[in-house]
Design a protein around this ligand. Structure first.
Ligand code: ADP
Ligand code: ASP
Ligand code: MG
Length: 592
């Protein structure tokens, strides 16, 4: 018998009528012959309301009590859902996270799932019941109630689908599926028929609020087909399938996203030697601040600027944590800007196509938008812009890459078969126990690249576009691009190219330096060390572990870029092998 998990988000259970509609959907699935597990969120904006209530009592609520409070939202909706199913003549039992046996760690308000027991759910399902699970919650070792972080019901749903070896996980929400960007921000956004795990992982972490990014980590790790659909559509319109394949094999860019409320911190002119990044980021880890973009490029005078972003709300905490450390490290100053936003483009095709980043930069320049900083990974380009221009920037890139139009080679919506078929019983036992552990796929060394830097170019709209258009015009594939916040109206831009293209690229840069101003430096041989895996960003310790391993080996980090699925660092060529060995041993416990 097949088993499906159906998750209903807040707006899909916002009132009694919507609860009844969801109940009918589950009953219909049962009548079609499936065993059904429902995962339900708190009604409407109930969680926001509870957060607000807590704020009315205190500015600094205890995290444990916050979880006690927030978990009540889901407890209300599962009970009502069970009643709705009963009243429609079917059988159902509601369960809290604790009653299911969703064990988490004790990091209240952002707990990670450690294990799930399936006995009780299975027994109920075998007895013909619909199981209604409260989303977003679990219990720790001491039976304290925990929550998984805002949006966490998605993660509950995909986790249950994984351990129950479900045939599908359906996510019912208030939009028709996953769109090329948030349809509330860009009216032209288009619903995609398919999106790959890696793309949606990046999009979700770069601001696409449609799915909790940790749920996608589960989907990828445990091979769960996910269907995102509109709960309001009666006709079972096809939504979006999240699986191994993307919608198009050729399109370079598949989606765009915006993170509105970021704050940028630059530690300016720190002496560039081993251990600097480690010192800074361990200070942030101590105060539990998640770092978002990290941008470091080589400085002109042996010093480096290290720029990173955090959510705006975390800025005061962050400044307090790094200011003192930065002075001790010998940094010249610490600068910050609390009014920036991050705009990103994502696509699997980007990894192999030239002329993607420069199109984004040109589209922004044409709108008169200055790029404050750039960071890339193989499947995304993120830029930091002034918050006033963020929406215009998102719209400009969405239209530049014609995301409103379906790709010519579109793979239409359809069922996905589970890669490798159903999981084995042994595999399931393993799943039950190692749910959200960090899983590193590979630690690798790339010695094929040269690093190019253009120092002190004017910091104004169109400069990055001019640089990368010139490079793309010669068909040179650029790998990493890093631009940190400019100072004194000047910015530094670094990137890597295949060594064979180095002279070619140098030539172009010299020409650009004469046109734009600035100074060229070429590092003919650099080593790029990468750690790739699942959970890289949500396990905030990954970057730190890397910096630590490299610092202890006396290796200086020259350039850094991060994404949802990997962290890349550039080091000197002759330190590549030693760096690789250090990283392999640092991640030995989680290397698959
Ligand atoms: P739920 O309560 O069902 O979990 P959410 O509010 O968490 O719903 O997520 C759905 C919302 O996500 C949509 O209303 C939409 O505004 C927003 N969203 C952001 N980015 C995207 C995107 N790329 N595709 C679809 N929706 C998006
Ligand atoms: N109710 C929780 C929230 O609003 C969890 C969820 O809806 O996914 O964040
Ligand atoms: Mg949600």
């Amino acid at each position: 018998m097949s088993l499906i998990v159906q998750k209903f988000g807040g707006t899909s259970v916002a009132d009694a009528e919507k609860i009844r509609v969801a109940a009918r959907r589950a009953i219909r699935a049962q009548q079609e012959g499936h065993q059904v597990v429902m995962v339900v969120s708190a009604m409407g904006h109930q969680t926001d309301y509870l957060v607000d209530l807590a704020r009315q009592i205190t500015d600094d609520p205890s995290a444990r009590e916050m979880d006690m409070l927030l978990s009540t939202g889901e407890q209300v909706s599962v009970a009502l859902m069970a009643m709705a199913i009963h009243s429609l003549g079917a059988e159902a039992v509601s369960l809290t996270g604790g009653q299911i046996g969703i064990r988490t760690d004790s990091s209240h308000t952002k707990a990670r799932i450690k294990s799930i027991s399936t006995d009780r759910m299975k027994k109920l399902l075998e007895n013909g019941k619909i199981v209604i699970a409260a989303g977003f919650q679990g219990i720790d070792e001491d039976f304290n109630i925990t929550t998984l972080g805002r949006g966490g019901s998605d993660t509950t749903a995909v986790a249950l689908a994984a351990v129950l070896n479900a045939d599908a996980c359906e996510i019912y929400t208030d939009v028709d599926g996953v769109f090329t960007t948030d349809p509330r921000l860009v009216a032209e956004a288009r619903k995609m028929d398919r999106v790959s795990h890696d793309e949606i992982l990046e999009l979700a972490s770069l601001g696409a609020g449609v799915m909790h990014s940790r749920s996608i980590e589960f989907g990828k790790k445990f091979n769960v087909p996910i269907h995102v659909r509109n709960s309001a559509s009666f006709s079972d319109e096809p939504g979006t399938v999240i699986g191994a394949e993307s919608e198009s094999a050729n399109r370079a860019v598949t989606g765009a996203a915006l993170t509105k409320n970021e704050a940028q911190i630059t530690i300016a002119r720190v002496p560039d030697h081993p251990g600097t990044s480690l010192a800074i980021f361990s200070k942030l880890a101590e105060v539990n601040v998640a770092v978002d973009m990290i941008v470091q490029n080589p400085g002109a005078d042996g010093s480096a600027d290290i720029m990173f972003t955090v959510l705006e709300d975390d800025l005061p905490k962050t400044l307090a944590a790094v200011k003192k450390g930065a002075v001790e490290l010998g940094a010249e100053t610490v600068l910050h800007d609390a009014s920036v936003s991050k705009v990103s483009i994502v696509g699997l095709g980007m990894a192999t196509q030239t002329g993607v980043a420069d199109r984004m930069f040109r589209a922004l320049a044409d709108e008169g938008i200055n790029i404050e900083a750039i960071t890339t990974s193989e499947i995304k380009v993120s830029v930091l812009v002034n918050r006033d221009q963020a929406l215009a920037a998102l719209r400009a890139v969405h239209s530049e890459f014609e995301l409103d139009r379906p790709p010519r080679d579109r793979r239409a919506y359809g069922e996905v078969s589970k890669v490798g078929g159903k999981a084995s019983p042994l595999d399931i036992v393993a799943r039950l126990q190692r749910m959200e552990d960090l899983a590193i796929e590979s630690v690798s060394l790339d010695q094929s690249q040269a690093q190019m830097t253009l120092f002190d170019v004017p910091d104004r709209p169109g400069v990055s576009a001019t640089i990368f258009e010139a490079i793309a015009a010669e068909n040179i594939l650029v790998d990493m691009i890093v631009q940190s916040i400019g100072r004194d109206d000047l910015a530094d831009v670094s990137f890597t190219v295949p060594r064979a293209e180095m002279e070619h690229a140098r030539h172009i840069l010299h020409r650009l330096a004469t046109e734009l101003g600035g100074e060229v430096r070429v590092e003919p041989a650099v080593a790029i060390l990468s750690v790739k895996g699942i959970g890289i960003r949500s396990h905030t310790g990954v970057g730190l572990r890397m910096f630590k391993a490299l610092a202890e080996t006396g290796i200086n980090v020259d350039m850094v870029s991060t994404s949802e699925i990997r962290v890349n660092v550039v080091v000197e060529a002759n330190q590549g092998e030693a760096g690789l060995a250090a990283l392999k041993s640092a991640f030995a416990d989680v290397l698959g």
